[in-house]
Design a protein around this ligand. Sequence first.
Ligand SMILES: Nc1nc2c(c(=O)[nH]1)N[C@H]1C(S)=C(S)[C@@H](COP(=O)(O)O)O[C@H]1N2
Ligand SMILES: [Mo]
Length: 451
Amino acid sequence: MPHSDRLQLRMGPFARSKHLIAAKRQRGLNIGMNESLRLADEHLACTRRHFLGLAAAGVALTDLPLLFADDAAGRDLLAREIAKLSYLTPSAKFRNVERHKPLPYKLPKEDRLRLGLERETWKLEVTADQESNVELRNPLSKEKGTALDFPALMKLAEKHAVRFLKVMTCNNIPEPLGTGLWEGVPLREVIWLAQPEKNVRRLYYRGYHNENPKQIFQSSLSIGRVLEDPPGEQPVILCYKINGQWLPGERGGPVRMVVPDAYGFKSVKWIQQVFLTNDYQANDTYALQNNDIDSGMKSAARFMVWPKVVKAGEAFPVTGVAQCGQSGVSKVQYWLHPTDKDLPAGDRYFEKGDWKDARLLDPPEKWGSMLPDGKLPPGMGQFDENGKPNEWPPRNAIAHWAALVPGVPAGKYDLRARTIDRNGVAQPMPRPFQKSGGNRILSVPIRVFGS
Ligand SMILES: Nc1nc2c(c(=O)[nH]1)N[C@H]1C(S)=C(S)[C@@H](COP(=O)(O)O)O[C@H]1N2
Ligand SMILES: [Mo]
C-alpha cells in the first residue's frame, strides 16, 4: 500500500470471527488466521464440510486438527455458527475504503436528506463536461429539474435490473474487502435517457464529497465499456441493493457505481454526478496515485486458516479463498518450503517451487443467511436458468479452497499459495506489477515440532 493510501484509509470495525475466537478459547488452539479477511465465518462452514467429507471417505486424518473436530462441543459451536454462515459477506463486515471527513453516512439524518444521501432525496445528474464538445440532447440536471431520482431508477429497475456476484478488492490491498450480490440498473440505460448524440469518448463520475473539492473521489470509464459488455461479462451498474437489502450508507448507498471487472476504485460510492466527455484521457483520483487505472481483476489465492504449530509427521489443513480475475481460476496450489532452505535462485515469481494441487471447493448450497433459505434469487448474471454457475468460480467473484498438507519433519516452514488461471498461467503472472492489483504470492509461517 502506498504511503498516501495508508494515511487515508479508514477501516471498518474490526470484525474478527467470533467463532474462531470461541474455538480458540475453548480448545487452547493455536491457529493462524487472516485477520483482515471478513470472510472467515463463511469460509469455515464451506471448508469444514470438505474435511469431514474426506474423513467420511476414509482418508486417514491423524489428529484431524481441532478446528474441524467432530466432537459434541465442536459440533454445537460449529452448528450454531454454520447456521449464520455463507459465501457472501454481510455488508457490515466488509472492510471499508473511504476517505471523506465527515463520512457521508455518519451525518445526521436531516443532513443526509438535504444532501441527497437518502433514497427519498437522491438525485443523479448526467451532464456534458463543460470543457468538452459533447452533444447531449437531454441532460439530466438538478437545475433543469430533469435529474434522475430514486423512483425513476426503480422504474428502470422493473425492466432492466441485473444481479451478480462480485468481490470488492482494492488494488492496493492483497485481501478482498468482501464478496457481495450486487443489484442495480445498467448505467447505459440512464446514459441513453440523456440522449448523447456525438463527441463522447469517456465518462467520469463522482460521489458526494462534503461540497469540498479536496474530497472529490472520482473515476472514469470509456463509453464503450459502459454501452457494451464482452461475452460473459456483467454490465456496469448503478447499484442500490447488496445481498438482497437496500444498499446501506457505509457501502455507498443509497446508490453507488459497481464496475464488475474492475478494482474497487472504479466503484464510486454515494454517486451523484456523471459527466460525458470527449476527453480521451482518464481522470480517476487513483490515476494520480500511481495506480494502473485500466486494470481488470487478477486471479490470486489468499489464506484464511492455517495452523501455526503442528506435530511432525501429521497432516494438517489449510484453507483460503481464490479471487477469480479476468482469466479465471482453474486451480489453486500450495507449496511448503523449509524456511532455512535456500529458495531457487533467480526465481522471482516462485515458478520453480514444489507446488501441489489444493482443492477448489464447489459452489455452496447456502450462499448467505441474508437471502431467503440461503438461495440466490432468480435472474442472476453468471448463472443459468436452473441456478447453475456458467463457470466456477465466476469471473470477478471468489471460490473457497482447502488442502490437507501431508506431514513433514520438525522445523520451520513457509507455506505459499497461488492460483493457476484458465490459460494455465500461474500467479502472479501474466501481470506481476502490483500497481495494477496486488497479486503477490503470499506466505504464512508454520512451525512443525517434535515427532
Ligand atoms: N465516494 C467514494 N467512493 C469510493 C471510495 C471513496 O473513498 N469515496 N473508495 C474507493 C475504493 S479505493 C475502494 S477499494 C472501494 C471500496 O469499497 P467498499 O468500501 O465498499 O469496500 O470503494 C471505492 N469507492
Ligand atoms: Mo481502493
